[in-house]
Write a protein that binds this ligand. Sequence first.
Ligand code: HEC
Length: 461
Amino acid sequence: MGPSCILRHVKNCSIRRGITPVLATLALVSSILVARSSDRSVAAATGKPSVNAAATYAQVAPILQARCASCHNPQGGAPFSLQNYEEAKQWSGQILEVTQSRYMPPWLPVPGKGEFSGERRLSDTELAAIRSWVGAGAPGTDESGTGGTPAQAPETTEWPLGRPDAVLTLPEPVALPGNGPDVFTNLVLPFPGNQLRSLRAIQIRPSDPQAVRGVLLSFDESGGLRQTDGWKQGIAGMEPPDSVTPTSAGLIFWTAASQALRPGAGENWTVKPGSNLLLTAHLKTTGKKAALQFQIGLYYETKAKSGSGRAAVLRLRHRGPIEIPAGTSSTELEDSYKLPEPVSITAIYPRAHFLARSFDAYATTPSGKQVWLLSIPKWDVDWVEVYQYRRPVMLPRGSVIHWKVSYDNSASNPHNPSDPPVAVHAGIGAADEADALLLEMEPSAGTNVAVWRKAIETAGK
Ligand code: HEC
């Protein structure tokens, strides 16, 4: 176990990187050594400094700033900062390891099968710069070998958008134990006031960002969740309760790396009096017992919007039973759905829990063209989020959406919540499985939105 293990979730320490860290690091280091000694001999032969000189901190700092600091800052979701030379140097060994294995920055979809905004994948050039810098002993930029340009700290103002029109808090904080498995809970926050309001932004501030992996936001329009027993303590589960159906608000997802959330062009975040904001939260323990609270800043439009927006969410669920026998390492579930209307898909949210190993989704158009929507070859429930397409994916009427999930319910799956493995069925708990695909979409121009929405939303039931 490396020193970084103390940071990890105890059960999963050392195994999450997906490769054997020691071997991988050794292999990398030896290739770096080879590269460096050949650089040196070139330099010696020509008498000129090598063009392939090792990267300096000045080259690596902008990479860390752009790709890591959104989480690795004092207020961020990661357990330590990577914002200046001292911090980068201190963590350089682990930085090499987790970047080359692509454990960091966390980003699950493979490139070329869906293009997403905010993609966190490092380029080969960035990986090479990190490799070269760490291989050279993580030198600084100035003569003393320390220093270098300090990276800019991100904005840390409490409310970067100004004072919110209203601030919601949980009726009761979440009691997080110091250690143990992640906590999945549906947190219900009643909207205040008795007026129809449209939101132009939502800012989320947990009391400890490190305890929050991700949050899906939905509107409980009927307010019915306040009838659920114990709602003030949160309703356990990895999915929103069935009574809350995704609406024209679209798929709204927050992580500690997110800025304020704002509705997309076709979305309408109008909330009726008496309704609730629902946070379907994936929380983790941080080593110390905590009472986790949230402050949710709401920013209102001056006038509530009429109409319902153009967006709709198609929720596709596996139609057959889900049965994953104990001890099996590759159960595959596959399903498809034919689009009754032409659509532009704006975001995708793949849903499976701990046992999933891979998740693929694509469409075939009536003319036989295959259009990839998403491919996650190494599923990790810790880092799944809503993925927004860089450009909407347009699909004609009659296109068929396929999705396929492979599950590993063997004892050798380090994420398996049961030890020894037990047979697993569909459900919303951490020991259950899911097989669903949520697609946020808009109709094509000229479509009657209400009719279209009904077709999409009922077809997905
Ligand atoms: C989206 C947020 C996010 C981004 C972006 C991110 N990290 Fe992390 N990082 C985390 C979190 C959270 C952890 C703690 C481990 C966990 O929760 O699984 C972590 C842990 C680590 C660790 C410790 C791993 C261990 O062995 O425990 C290293 C090293 C690291 N990150 C480096 C990086 C580097 C380098 C980058 C950029 C190239 C980066 N991270 C980008 C969130 C992030």
